[in-house]
Design a binder for this molecule. Structure first.
Ligand SMILES: NC(=O)C1=CN([C@@H]2O[C@H](COP(=O)(O)OP(=O)(O)OC[C@H]3O[C@@H](n4cnc5c(N)ncnc54)[C@H](OP(=O)(O)O)[C@@H]3O)[C@@H](O)[C@H]2O)C=CC1
Ligand SMILES: O=C(O)[C@H](O)CS(=O)(=O)O
Length: 490
């Protein structure tokens, strides 16, 4: 065990939650060949854990175990599964602080935000345990006198899951919740940057009573190998992915060979529109929440901020004043509102977008510079135009670029001018404008006079190249069910 791992364990009320072995078929295992990969704390740059680095063959074993365990798990009543899901939820909430400390240590987000993510992730486990008890079938009036028609809905089968580093608890829970609740087997491959949160979830899932093999967490540094196993193994009936559109395309191409059902939660490029009839203080508050949550590292962060000409200067001034109050630092320190970026590539992307705006004649109102390590000053820029990179590329960092517009039609046209369609936001008070704009935006999610839209009770997902399917809400369970039509001749 590394010294840093010892240090992290010393922060936990229950040190056994810091697991570094993979959870394979109900057993805690090292990689067969003893291989491990390092997990680094992005705030300090030190290695906090060495985690089992599984091979593709070991992933195949997890899939076999999930298929074998499904027979008994799917045969239980929905209520029995729901009781175990509820116990899992209770354990996650009872251990919220420890789970949050592990999450902050491996991902960097401030402890308060990490606690919020644990509650958000746990809410999907709770929600879908309840929803599973309402997976109804139907009877259909026969098309012939001797025919009796019914429709039943059954678990789709073994699910392969690939998730990103930015929400290392909630993105898994948003998939494992519905999949396990309806009776599927579930094999999770978390991002190599952030496997510890997933392993801690598995510790608690085992304690909650999930049967051996129904859930595996296959930690591996070889993401493309794991993806190929999920896409090529005929025992896998469903692939669920959250991450960039670029990787989503790779997986969809691979999954096409066996016509595998896929759910895709992909990249975004959210517009945030401030009209001249908006409550400016509310708009600033919403922009802060949407733009700087998780240090700008969410797929639903405001990526382009459009401000109507009449309020542009006032909004820019107010926003910069709010940004200057952010406290950048180690997420485990009290009062820190903004942690580090996840890696050097993320810092490079922010710097690239800032330089591009400056080269195009834009201005830094506040921030604009890298700090020590992976820390970056939250930044507001004005004079941003549609020919700049930030207009079409997702920054995934703490940069708020302000674009000026004149008319409602212009704002909507510019907001829609992207291949993405995940989240969008606007602030206005005229009811006619609100109705027209919410109906005209080509996005799966529209926040009106709010910058935070995420909840387990609503359908989360994108249109265009931001994804396929919806997660959360009563709709999110459908992606883990198959419909069977039975025609009985009497
Ligand atoms: N719509 C949504 O809900 C979300 C979308 N995103 C989007 O993802 C991007 C940032 O997240 P990031 O994690 O860097 O995204 P990536 O798409 O690079 O990675 C996401 C996951 O996919 C894995 N992966 C990468 N390449 C492959 C492959 N060829 N086969 C199988 N798995 C692979 C990664 O593993 P590893 O890192 O270990 O290589 C990681 O676990 C942004 O574009 C953001 O918008 C992110 C979160 C949520
Ligand atoms: O990964 C993400 O960015 C999440 O989907 C955003 S949210 O659901 O936490 O808002």
């Amino acid at each position: 065990m590394t010294q840093q791992q010892t240090n992290l364990k010393s922060l936990l009320s229950d040190p056994s939650l810091l697991e570094t072995r993979a959870f394979l078929g109900g057993e805690w295992v090292d990689a067969k060949d003893g291989a491990t990969f390092d997990v680094t704390n992005p705030a300090r740059g030190d290695v906090i854990a060495k985690v089992a680095d599984l091979s593709r063959d070991e992933v195949a074993q997890a899939i076999d175990a999930a298929e074998a365990a499904m027979k008994g798990w799917a045969a239980r009543t929905a209520k029995e599964r729901a009781q175990i899901m509820r116990k899992w939820y209770d354990l996650m909430m009872e251990n919220q602080d420890d789970l949050a400390r592990i999450l902050t240590a491996e991902m960097g987000k401030p402890f308060a935000e990490a606690k919020g993510e644990i509650a958000y992730g746990a809410s999907f486990i709770e929600w879908f345990g309840e929803e599973a008890k309402r997976v109804y079938g139907e009877t259909i009036p026969g098309h012939q006198p001797d025919k009796r028609l019914t429709v039943i809905r059954q678990p789709i089968g073994v699910v392969g899951s690939i998730t990103p580093w930015n929400f290392p608890n909630a993105m898994i829970a948003r998939k494992a919740g519905p999949a396990l609740a309806v009776g599927c087997g579930f094999v999770a491959r978390p991002a190599a940057e952030t496997p510890l949160s997933a392993l801690a979830m598995a510790v608690l899932g085992e304690r909650a009573g999930l049967p051996k093999g129904i859930l595996s967490v296959v930690t591996s540094s070889r993401s493309s190998e794991v993806g190929k196993e999920f896409c090529e193994n005929h025992k896998v009936r469903k692939l669920t992915f959250t991450g960039s559109t670029e990787v989503g395309r790779i997986l969809l191409r691979q999954a096409a060979d066996q016509v595998m059902k896929c759910s895709m939660e992909l990249g975004g490029n959210a517009p945030f529109i401030v009209f001249d009839d908006a409550d400016l203080d509310a708009a600033v508050e919403g922009a802060m929440a949407s733009k700087f949550r998780n240090n700008g590292q969410t797929c639903v962060c405001a990526n382009r901020i459009y401000v109507q000409a009449g309020v542009y200067d006032a909004f820019a001034k107010k926003l910069a004043e709010a940004v200057d109050k952010l406290k950048v630092g180690d997420g485990l320190e009290d009062g820190v509102t903004t942690g580090p970026l996840i890696n050097e590539g993320a810092v490079d992307k922010v710097q690239e977008h800032i330089k591009d705006v400056l080269d195009g004649g834009g201005t830094v109102v506040t921030g604009g510079e890298r700090m020590d390590g992976l820390f970056f000053k939250p930044t507001v820029m004005t004079g941003v135009t549609d020919d700049m990179k930030v207009a079409t590329e997702e920054t995934f960092g703490p940069l708020a670029p302000l674009f000026k517009f004149e008319t409602e039609e212009e704002a909507v046209e510019k907001a829609n001018a992207t291949i993405f369609g995940l989240a969008s936001y606007f602030y206005a008070r005229d009811i006619g404008r609100i109705t027209r704009v919410q109906e005209s935006l080509e996005y799966g999610i529209v926040g009106v006079n709010t910058g935070i839209i995420s909840t387990e009770v609503a359908p989360f997902g994108g249109v265009k190249q931001s994804g396929l399917g919806r997660e959360g809400s009563r709709h999110g369970i459908e992606d883990f069910l198959e419909m069977k039509y039975v025609c009985l001749s009497i």
